[in-house]
Design a protein around this ligand. Sequence first.
Ligand code: IMP
Length: 429
Amino acid sequence: MPAVVVIGGQWGDEGKGRVVDFHSQYCSVIARYSAGNNAGHTVINDRGTFALRLVPAGIFYDDKDCVIGNGCAINPIALWEEIEGLKARGVSAERLHISDRAHVVMPWHPLIDAADERLRGPFAIGTTGRGIGPAFVDKAGRAGIRMCDLIDGAGFRERLRIILEYKNAVLEKLYGLEPLSFDAVYNEYREAGERLLPYVTDTSLLVQEALDRGDEVLLEGAQGALLDLDFGTYEFVTSSVPSSTAAGAAVGVGIGPNRINRVAGVYKAYTTRVGNGPMPTELFDEEGERLRNVGREYGTVTGRPRRCGWFDAVAARFTARLNGVTSAVVTRLDVLDAFPVIRVCTAYQVDGAELRSFPANTTVLARCTPVYEDFPGWETPTSDVRRFADLPANAQAYLRRLGELLGAPVDIISVGPERDQCIQVRPVV
Ligand code: IMP
């Protein structure tokens, strides 16, 4: 059975966690393929409300294998806390598997993340501060430590000694920071490695074997395509290597691209963004405030208020195309329930011309003003609706138009945070 990828089609926080939680019931393996604990997936199900960082959202099913793939950057201290937090609430991590090739977020990475942000001043990215960018810089710069190194006893000691000498020089000479103590880092990370050792394995083999058996495998994306290093609003993007787009999924878990045949693109019914960088449909008025309040739009990882605005179909069509989205999932439709008019940006106006494609240059994007198509709101609660045909006619019209603009059918609609608050038009898995 080929694999299905779930990606975020906007700037992250689209509700991928709830989509993965819902679809995990049909899969035997759920694998994260990129990013680290900068990602935050909120899942609300019969076991409670959970804010996941690194652990795949399939963890709530005891009979599923959950994989943190080689494309992820793992902070072993934070991961252990997450595992312990889940265990304390009765969620078993027994079937969690961590790739031996995944890179480790070391203590210098958050320090460099914060220092870089300070040095950038007005050009700061607005990162989550978790050190994920610097960890991926080290991955590409061949100065990383991987999970297989962390659990390698004497090998870890030797590798840390060499790398820390170099990193301490960078911390002191470049950033004017205090050097890190070898013993403190070694002891803390050796212990973390020992705790995680039972989970570490060649996860690419595990995923391939599941595919060979004909099992359903779900590849869980993190962040959103507009935060992707290649296609996002560079430089206001995340540094994940491989890409956070669907194409990154094969590399990020170690399977061939021909093993993937479906891509579910998750889109909020409006747009949000955290961190800096252009966002053409951002609202600075009371409607933006209302979206934030009704949608409780505050970051899962940092608690920062999210920037809110109307659905940007120029950006969304772009990400649907570059991810090869076969099914669109529209989340948080219920947040729009009380709005009398709902707007969708279908083009940008820039420098006297109309633009229908998403520009590469962020300074051009920052000058874009949205051209809106207006829809009458439905002004009726939708949270209890479970069939498309039972949605108010205006909500149906809105969703049909989103599907047209995206160039992909809207197959799933979420109308509330609970697992069952979902309308399935056509199964994705
Ligand atoms: P970093 O990934 O911490 O380096 O942050 C880079 C950019 O990506 C910032 O704008 C962050 O706010 C954003 N970002 C990173 N992870 C997430 C996420 O899970 N949801 C939304 N935005 C994110």
